[in-house]
Write a protein of this length. Structure first.
Lengths: 124, 192
């Protein structure tokens, strides 16, 4: 077996990531600032990063050119949710991404929004 | 709420969550898949003593976290509202995820199976305690005995105002009806 095929064996999908999650987050285990919700919509601000970014963070910034939710981003990157929360928290803290629609302050979406969803579902 | 014309390339304008809960194998993933585009999501589970005796964790004692795959689906409506359906892992040891999922959610669908109604009790208790609006959707599997609605309702012991509906989540229309009844219920219990 040559070196290349041995390497390919390591990188098959079932093996999962070789790099541990805390390595991707540079040791951070908790997101900075407020925890982002699964359906928080994030969008890149266009500001240039002053620090070196992890490759995963660069990917997140590229994806965030179009507004995306945390759930979408985590799924797209195929990294555990907690890891993506930390990476995004850092981008958010540094002003590279912003929350597009503020988190719903109430425990429940308001009635008008629900009525709208109801009509949307009926028309589906 | 007035919206300007919406361009899908702008991404979702508002994103809302609905939880799909219920015991293992009751059809949560099937339901998410029949009404929306399904996507995988990896989460991390912290293993606690609660798993001992339930799951075979022999040989992994040194490992204190494991990755749990969870599915979610997204329906994007033409007005820019995106509805996210999260199929929640049923076992109690995943409840650390539920609080986060519940926060700000429209509500929950508790999927039940008449062969194993008890499997849905924990979810029902949870949403009752949290005052999260929910409906019980009884998935009618082939071969599952058909019970009368009254029998099911009394076996579930839910409040009279909680909708209990029969469904076949493999059918898109049926799954859609379940979601519609949940949103109607959420509007009703949400007050003015």
């Amino acid at each position: 077996m040559d070196d290349d095929s041995r390497r390919e064996q390591w990188l098959d999908e079932a093996a999962g990531p070789i790099v541990r999650p805390y390595a991707v987050t540079r040791g951070r285990t908790r997101p900075r600032g407020e925890k982002l919700d699964l359906v928080t919509i994030l969008v890149a601000t266009g500001r240039i990063a002053s620090d070196r970014l992890a490759p995963e963070q660069r990917r997140l910034l590229t994806l965030c050119r179009r507004p995306c939710t945390l759930a979408d981003l985590a799924s797209e990157l195929d990294l555990p949710l907690g890891v993506v929360q930390v990476l995004l928290g850092e981008l958010h803290h540094n002003g590279l991404v912003e929350v597009r629609v503020p988190d719903l302050p109430a425990e429940q979406p308001d009635r008008r929004l629900l009525m709208r969803v109801l009509n949307d579902l009926r028309a589906l | 709420m007035t919206y300007a014309p919406y361009d899908p390339a702008d991404g979702p304008r508002v994103a809302l969550k609905i939880l799909i809960a219920g015991g293992f194998g009751v059809g949560k993933t099937t339901m998410v898949g029949s009404v929306s585009e399904i996507r995988p999501l990896r989460t991390e589970e912290v293993l606690t003593d609660a798993g001992i005796g339930v799951d075979d964790i022999n040989g992994v004692e040194a490992k204190n976290t494991t990755t749990v795959a969870m599915d979610f689906g997204r329906i994007t409506f033409p007005d820019g509202i995106a509805l996210y359906l999260f199929g929640t892992p049923g076992q109690q040891r995943f409840w650390f995820m539920w609080d986060e999922l519940c926060y700000g959610a429209v509500g929950a669908v508790v999927l039940a199976d008449t062969r194993r109604l008890t499997a849905s009790f924990a979810a029902i208790d949870y949403f009752e305690r949290r005052k999260t609006p929910f409906v019980v959707a009884v998935n009618c599997f082939d071969g599952g005995r058909r019970y009368g609605m009254d029998d099911i309702r009394s076996a579930l012991d839910v409040d009279p105002d909680v909708p209990v509906i029969l469904c076949d989540v493999r059918q898109r229309e049926s799954a859609k009806k379940v979601l519609i009844s949940l949103v109607e219920h959420a509007i009703k219990v949400g007050g003015p």
